[in-house]
Each structure stands twice: as C-alpha cells, then as structure tokens.
Design a protein around this ligand. Sequence first.
Ligand code: BGC
Length: 767
Amino acid sequence: MSKIRSVIVVVLLWCLASTLFVSAQTRKQWQNSPDIERRVDALLKQMSQAEKVGQLNQYSYGTPTGPATGRSAVEDSIRRGEVGSFLNVTDPALSNRLQRLAMEESRLKIPLIFGLDVIHGYRTIFPVPLALSSTWDAGLVERVSRIAAEEATSAGIRWTFSPMVDIARDPRWGRIVEGAGEDPYLGSIMARAYVRGYQGETFGGPTSMAACAKHYVAYGGAEAGRDYNSVETSERQLREVYLPPFKAAVDEGVATLMSSFNTINGVPATGNEFTLNQVLRREWNFRGFVVSDWGSVGEMMAHGVANDLPTAARKGFLAGVDMDMESNAYFRHIADAVKAGQVPQAAVDEAVRRILRVKIALGLFEKPYVDEKTAITTLPAANVAAAREAAEKSFVLLKNDAASGGGPVLPIRPGVRTVALIGPLADSRADMLGTWSAQGKQDDVVTLRAALEARAKRDGFRLLYAKGTEIRGTSDSGFAEAADAAAQADVVLLALGEDQSWMTGEGASRAFIDLPGNQQQLLERVAAAGKPTALVLFSGRPLALTPVVPRVNAILEAWSPGVQAGPALERVLFGEAAPVGRLTVTFPRSLGQVPIYHSVLNTGRPPIGLDLTRPPTNGGEKYRSRYVDEQNTPLYPFGFGLSYTSFDYSATQSNVQQISAADLNAGRGQVRVTADVKNTGQRAGEEVVQLYIGLRGTSVARPVRELKAFQRVALGPGESRRVEFTIGRNELAIWQRDTTYTVEPAELTIWVAANAGSGTPITISLK
Ligand code: BGC
C-alpha cells in the first residue's frame, strides 16, 4: 500500500514539476502568471514613491545628459533605487558592478535591466535587417536573432531594442535599412520571427532576451523621408499598414515596445493616448512595458505640445509610456505630479508593475549577474557560418544579362584568368558591418577583396584591385588605374554603393538616392572597357539605378552583408551558392517616384493601356494619374529577384468560382489556390512563390495588389511543384470604422506570381 502511495506521490510531483516546466516554456505565460503578479504586489507594498519612480528611469551609462551625470552620482542613484535600467553597458564587469549596487546596497534589491541596440547581431554581425528580410526566410531570421541573444546575454544584456518593425516606403529615409521593408504582411512574419528568436522558447531562460518592437508607431511614414519628421496618416492606414507588425509582435509575446519620435496626425507618438492606451493596452491587451525613444518625452516640448518638462513628463506618462529613456522627465517630475493630483498613484503603480513583471519573468531577481568568464568575446565558428549563410541568402540578383558573345555574366565561369575588382566598397570593413553593429569588430570582417584574393590563389587566377575613388569622393585621380585594370580583365566586378555609417540608419536621410560621390562616373569609365561587368551594390536602401542599369551586365544587391561579406559574395559570384533573395522594397526608376510601393490604390484615372515610356501626346493620354516625364512602374518591383536558373508559372487554379462572404465572416470556408512552378533552367534554384489579392466593389478602395502569402520552393533542373495556398477570413477581411474586420461582398482577384509586377490573375466572386 505504502508503495502505491509513494508511486502516486512521485507521479503527482512529476506532474507538478512538468506543469512548472511547461509554464516556464511558454513564451507568453509570464504575462498572466498569478505567481508573478503576487511577487509584484509584495514589492509594490514595500516601495516608496521614489523607488517606484526610480523603476521608470533609464539612463545611458556614462552619457552626461542627466542628474546621474558622472560615475559616483550614478552609483548613489542605484543605491537609492532611482534607476530601473541602463542602456549601452556592454562590459560584463561593469554590468556586474552596477548590478551589485542594486542587489546588495539598495533597500529592495530590485535588479537593473541592461538594454542595448542588438539589431543584427551582437558580436557576430549579420546582414542588416532590410537584407535579412530579403531572405523571405522567417526560420533564418529566428536563428539569427537567437544567436544574437545568446551572444548578448553572455555579456549581461537581457533586453534588445529590436525588432524595428516600421513599415517604410520612402527610400530617402535612412532607417528603411533597419526594418523589413514596405509590406505589412511580410513585416508581421519577420516581427514574429525576431521575437521568437530573441525571447527564445523559455522567456526567463539564461539566454532569453526581452525584445522591443519599435518605433511605435508610424515612424516610417516620415514626410519626405526626413528622419524624425511628422507623419500624417489615416486611421485606416495606421490599422492596415503601420500597426500590423506591432500587433504580430504582441501576439508573439514581445515583452516591450518603444514609442517613436514622430507626431501622428499632430499628436506625438510618445504622448499618444490613442495608440498606446487605447490600441496597445485596451484592444491588444499588451502586458509588457513601453519605453520612450531617446529623449522623446522631453522632445514633446519641441513638438510644441508641452511648454515645460513637467508637462511633457505628465503627457508621456498618462498616454502610456512607462519608462523614460534619457529625458530625465519622469525622474524629476512624476512624483510631484502625483502630489499635485495630476497623475493618479494607480497609474504609477501600474507602470511599475509592468516593468517588474518583465524583470521577474526574465529571471533577473534569481540571476541578476552575468558570468564574466563565459562572456563571448571571440566569434564562435558556428555563428560565423550562420553569418555567411544569412548573407548569401540576402543577396538579390537584379540583372544578369549576357555580355557580348557569351552567356550571363554571373556566375563567373571556372577557368577565368583575370578578374578586376574595382571600387571603394571592395575592401571596406567598416561598411560591411552596417549601421547599429553592437559589439561587431572591423577586424572580424572578411571583405570581398580578401575573399577573392584567397580564391585567386586557390584557383590560380589573377586578381587586379583598384579602389577607383572614395564613396563620397570627388577626385577622379584613381579612375585611370581602375580603367586600366578593367582593360586587362576577363571579368570586372564593381563594388560600389553607400557609406554605411554616414548614409544609412538613424539621422541618415538622403535627398538623392543615386550612387554617391563620383561613383557613377567611375562606373562609366570602367564600363567603357567593354568587358563583362557585374556591379555588386552595397546599399541600405533602394537606389535609383536607371543610369546604372544599361552600363553593366549584372547587378547583385548585397546591402550591408556583415562579417562574412566576402566569403558569402565570393560563393554567390562564383556559383557555389545561387542568389535566392527577393526585394522587400520597391526600387524606383527615379527619385520623383518616391514614395513608391506595390500596394497602391488604383485611382480614378489609372493610366492602363497607355505607353508611359513616352510623354503624353494628347489630352486622353495626359489627364491620367501619371508623370509627363517618367513611367509609373518601378525599376524593380517588390518581390523581384533573379536566380541562376529560370522559373515558369502555370495558370493559377482555384477550387471555387464563388464563395459566400457571410460564410467567411462566420469562419467557414476558404479558397484553395494552386499553381505549378517549374524550374526551366539548367541549375537547381529557389523561388519565392508569392500570392497577391485585390478586391473590387468594396466599401472603400483597396490596393490593386496586396501580398497575403508566400512559399519558398527549392527545385532541381526541370523539376516542377504544385504550390498550394488557402485564403480565408484573415486574408480577405477589411478594417471597418467600428474596429471590426469584415469580409465584404466583392470581386476577388488572385495572382500567384514571382513578384508584385508579374503573374496572370484569376477572379472569384465573393457573394
Ligand atoms: C533610436 C532607437 C534606439 C535608441 C537607443 C534612438 O536614437 O531611435 O532606435 O533604440 O536610440 O539607442
């Protein structure tokens, strides 16, 4: 009997243990854990007002911008419980020293949380996010962000200000490089992948890092592409374009959000009751906390909605920003605002609760310190391999024509005797890292030149290198050497593009989006040699490549590829790996076309059927939604990318000709769509098969095409595959003014296509 009893006890204990284990495993469980809430309650009861307000402050360590200026003052602030978080502490010894002050010398022993911009890797730097999105590979993005989390947490960083999920459609904006491009569907898939990767399966595991979806919201809509500029957007556009990736991140369990710098229809995003308290908290039930962007609480004075810092503090706080990054506004003024009856005590307690909830869930109370001995300082080989793989998959082949008398220029044929490598990006380590490169080191970077030199030795070809010019250069003194190298070569590789730190990322908007400096002139000079020429383009945004395209045989968009730039490029250029990336941003023909993106409305005067390659010659041609001096279509559409093989699409088929909107609204029924995709070339390749829809006859005008699904298929030469998609309520419902989503009776057009500019549609009736 006693034996049976002990078996039962063991089984019960096992069940209990596995429940605990399962709860720790669940990415979102922490948000509604009674245990965590009890611990928060207990802490809140003991906290003084100063200690509560302390949790709402984040300082950048060592930056002399606040009351905590200077080391000793910071230390005393921590002892008094007046700091909740630091950003920019990357030395594990320093982070332990500061943490010890919080854990051993402060009254309530509430741990600090250390945050950093770990945007595309921590120590091992991967391609920039725009490049990562071009892989259309969520699994890869998740792996990359998992690696970043493993490396960063090894140095004590448990919070990253990533992912940046701002939809961006204006290539003038420098921060377009930090996101996943122009499309809310793809942006949502990527948002989820980053959150899964950073936070891990076990939020609270030792390598789990709180993610931060930023910048909430509509920051990418900056007028004229000028950073920090105002945003005017309709609620529909907000709901259907800018908000969905944030919603996806919240649904995936993201722990924090960052409010953005911009105004939204006149109201600063950092003081925006509607987007923060209404949408994020009440509608989406977000349970983590919101941090301001750097100084964005104080910037409400410059926006003109607060005449002093106390007002700015109050506005940000009441709108739902819990933590103040570097404005020193909450620290100085929230307690007084409570005393004056302008801020309810309950609001302070709630903000503290949200912050403590995340700290407890992350396991910071149990494991506040980092093991200084195991901090990753050199690049693990497996991470380097992942960096190469990610880079290879992020390159987008935009053009690959035959040079006179030969086949396509890429891949470079074996047996090539002389290769000329020309341009200021061929050997620039700093530019390969890209913007926000955390603890990445230039010494880790293998440039294209270094990789080709090694290969030239191995394969026995001659490599001629000429820098040609500087990225922002004006002197043509290097042109002759470059032209000379080209004249001697069988194949010319041009490595041109943008200065990654000056021209891409924050505060790096450009009014011109062509090749900077005199690189276009260099290109023309080199092209005059008449050799098979491929341009490897390093940019953080779509450039207007119209003058470039006719001068070169091939263009490979390489973005900022990270530490393994050279090896990845070398493998793709020589054909060991094929280009598999696809654009997630539209490439314009000229600057005047921007903002440009695929999911536009039709307008009342679409220029359908007109020849837009020439100016209008009569009124019928002129009074259309067009330019008199430029085409409407982009140079390269969203979703575009070539391969070293070719693919054919069969006609799209669907299982129904008609379907009931009412049924769809009730969650019944779906449309099944299929198409056969065939590899018609000589090499294996991968195609990203994309599904677009359009709706007509609806209560509001809908985009001519919207991406709703995609699948990556790998096909051997001659191989064919049937690709199947299902479309239902989620894909077809439209946001309504009463905030519901409804499928409306309409004519539904569907494309299964290689990109947003191709494919033959079929039509289905939504009755
Ligand atoms: C940027 C944020 C970043 C923050 C902290 C701000 O200037 O807009 O994206 O996370 O600084 O470094």
